[in-house]
Design a binder for this molecule. Sequence first.
Ligand SMILES: [Zn+2]
Length: 220
Amino acid sequence: MNLIHDSFARLFPEKDFPYQPELEYNRRLSDFNANIRLYNNILKVSLNLQWKDIDDEIKIGLIQSLLLKILKKKGHTRNIVLYNNFLRNIPALTLKTKNDPLLEASFARVNQQFFQSQLQQPNLKWGTASFRKLASYNFHNDTIAVSTLFNDAKPQILDFIMYHEMLHKFHKFKHSNGRSAFHTREFREAEHSYPGHEKIEKEITAIIRMKKLRRSWWRR
Ligand SMILES: [Zn+2]
């Protein structure tokens, strides 16, 4: 039985499968990533090589999540639940290879103040000098990356940025009908419980403005 066909049949038992399925494993995709494409009736699913040894029932959940996305449909299956549970456990299975003293100190402060030091430390690294993406949490490789714009920021600023990403790790992502929502109402409420967050957000905006100006000055 073809894995893609099987995923579709379990998701839409009443429908015919009108596609030509193609499944490939490759090394180009990043850790535990996957994508789906539909062209000329060929339904192609590409999975990072790491998926190869993972149980078929979990892979079916992954493929079903991709199918729902590309077909713009809603649905929920036992396999999708299995897949989401598997994703939640990736951080615990991921080897921690990246660290940085400044980010680690910030993580420890925020963990103690807001998470009773219960959050497991992810990989911590500086990202690029991005003005658009100030920081991110990638659950595929359990990594918090912070824009280098903040490598000279005071601890209060760094901690708030860290807190936001730690909330992502803490909440993971809320699933409703196979779709992910990152900044849920619950997430925003937690974020706004941070003492003095309004003042800090204004300071962050000011830092960005100043660094943009400085950049354009040096480029002249
Ligand atoms: Zn966010």
